[in-house]
Design a protein around this ligand. Structure first.
Ligand SMILES: *Cc1c(COP(=O)(O)O)cnc(C)c1O
Length: 372
C-alpha cells in the first residue's frame, strides 16, 4: 500500500482563497512584535491551509485567520504522531523585495517525509503556492533587523478520527509564519556538543531521513541530560556500530581538516538531508575546497582534534544557519576544538551563505525565489 496524492488532484495549484482575519494585529502591536524578535514565539495574522481525504484528494486551498485548531480528540496525529514538517525562511532585501531560499528543495523533501510516514504527498506546486500566498499577504511581517527573517513552518497532520492504527484517511496541511530573530541568541557563539553514547536519533530502516515530529520528541531526553552536564547540543552516532558521526538533533555537521579538506557524514538514510548542508557543500567546492562525504568515526574526530589535524567543526541548518562547535565531550572525554573560537572556514561559509540569503551578494546559483 502506498500513499500518494491521487490522480484527481494532479495539481494545478489553484488559488488560495483568503478569509481575512477580522482582528489582525494593529500596526503598533506588529511593530512591537517585530522589534523584540525571538525565535518562533510570535505568529502572523493568517495561516494557509488545505485539506486532504482519501476520496477527494487535496481540496479547499485557503488562507484563514491564525487561530487554535479544532481537532477531534481521536485524531490520529494526537495518538500515533502522524505528522511531518518543514522549515524555511523569507528574507526582506534592502530593495524591499521578499525572497525565500530554495523552497523547491523543501517542497520535495516534504513529499519524501510524507511518503515515509504514510501521509499524502502535497504537490510541490501547492507547497510553493501556499508560501507565495501567505508571505505576500503577510509581507509587512517580514522583519528587517539584521539576522532576522520570517520563519515558515509548513506541516501535515493526520486528522483521521479513529483509534485503529492505519494510514490517515483525512489530513490537514497547514503553513504558519513566525517573524524571528536568530535561533541562538548572542551572535556567532560556539556551542558545545555532547557526543551521545547512550541514545540514538535514528537507525537503519527508521525515520531519520524524514522530518517527522516524533524524531524531535525523542531527542528531548538526550538534550536535557546533555544540558545537565553543561552541553548545548547533542551529536548522535550511528545506531549499528556506535562509532560513526551522524548529526545533531536538528542540524547536520561538518569537519574542517587542517589541510583545508572538509568532511561531512554521507547520507546513509539515517540522516536528514539538509538544504543548508547541500548548499554549503556547493559553496565550499566553488571556493576551491575539497569536500568529501564519507563516514567519520568518533575516534578519527577525537584523534584529529587532539593532534590538530581537525581545525574546525560546525553544524548547519535553516534555523541556526552555521554554528561553530567549540567544545565536545562525553562520559569519557572533553576536548576543545582548535582554540574554541569560530574558525575561518566556518565564518566564511556562513558569511557567503547569509550574503546570498539577505541579498548582499549576487545569487549566482538561482537559489533565491522572489515572492513579491
Ligand atoms: C531540518 C534538519 C536539518 C537541517 O535541514 P535544513 O534543510 O538545512 O534546514 C538537519 N538535521 C535535522 C535532524 C533536521 O531536522
Amino acid at each position: 500500500m502506498t500513499t500518494s496524492s491521487s490522480a484527481t488532484d494532479a495539481s494545478t495549484a489553484e488559488a488560495f482563497r483568503v478569509v481575512a482575519n477580522p482582528n489582525p494585529a494593529t500596526e503598533a502591536e506588529r511593530a512591537e512584535k517585530l522589534s523584540s524578535l525571538k525565535f518562533g514565539v510570535n505568529f502572523t495574522d493568517h495561516m494557509a491551509r488545505m485539506t486532504w481525504s482519501m476520496d477527494e484528494g487535496w481540496t479547499d486551498r485557503r488562507i484563514e485567520p491564525y487561530a487554535p485548531l479544532q481537532l477531534d480528540p481521536a485524531s490520529s496525529v494526537l495518538h500515533y504522531a502522524s505528522e511531518i514538517f518543514e522549515g524555511l525562511k523569507a528574507y526582506k532585501w534592502a530593495d524591499g523585495t521578499i525572497r525565500t531560499f530554495r523552497p523547491q528543495a523543501n517542497a520535495e523533501r516534504f513529499q519524501r517525509s510524507a511518503w515515509r510516514m504514510a501521509l499524502p504527498e502535497l504537490p510541490t506546486e501547492d507547497f510553493m503556492a501556499s508560501i507565495r500566498a501567505l508571505v505576500e499577504l503577510e509581507k509587512d511581517w517580514v522583519p528587517t533587523i539584521p539576522e532576522s527573517s520570517l520563519y515558515l513552518r509548513p506541516f501535515l497532520i493526520g486528522t483521521d478520527v479513529f483509534l485503529g492504527l492505519r494510514q490517515p484517511m483525512t489530513v490537514d496541511y497547514l503553513l504558519i509564519a513566525s517573524p524571528s530573530g536568530p535561533y541562538f541568541s548572542g551572535g556567532v557563539k560556539p556551542v558545545s556538543i555532547w557526543v551521545e553514547q547512550e541514545y540514538h536519533r535514528a537507525g537503519p530502516g527508521g525515520t531519520g531521513a524524514a522530518k517527522c515530529g516524533g524524531n524531535y520528541a525523542s531527542s528531548l531526553r538526550p538534550q536535557i541530560e546533555a544540558g545537565k552536564r553543561g552541553y548545548d547540543q547533542v551529536l548522535y552516532l550511528d545506531a549499528k556500530t556506535d562509532t560513526v558521526l551522524e548529526e545533531l538533533g536538528g542540524m547536520n555537521v561538518f569537519v574542517v581538516m587542517k589541510d583545508g579538506t572538509v568532511v561531512t557524514p554521507v547520507l546513509t538514510g539515517n540522516l536528514l538531508e539538509g538544504v543548508t548542508r547541500a548548499s554549503i557543500i556547493q559553496l565550499l567546492e566553488d571556493d576551491h575546497l575539497k569536500v568529501v562525504e564519507r563516514d567519520i568515526t568518533i575516534k578519527e574526530l577525537r584523534d584529529g582534534v587532539a593532534s590538530g589535524d581537525v581545525a574546525e567543526v560546525f553544524a548547519c541548518g535553516t534555523a541556526a544557519v552555521v554554528t561553530p562547535i567549540g567544545k565536545m565531550g562525553s562520559t569519557d572525554f572533553e576536548q576543545q576544538v582548535g582554540d574554541g573560537q569560530p574558525g575561518p572556514v566556518t565564518l566564511k561559509v556562513r558569511q557567503t551563505l547569509t550574503d546570498i540569503q539577505y541579498g548582499r551578494a549576487e545569487d549566482t546559483y538561482g537559489w533565491m525565489e522572489t515572492i513579491c
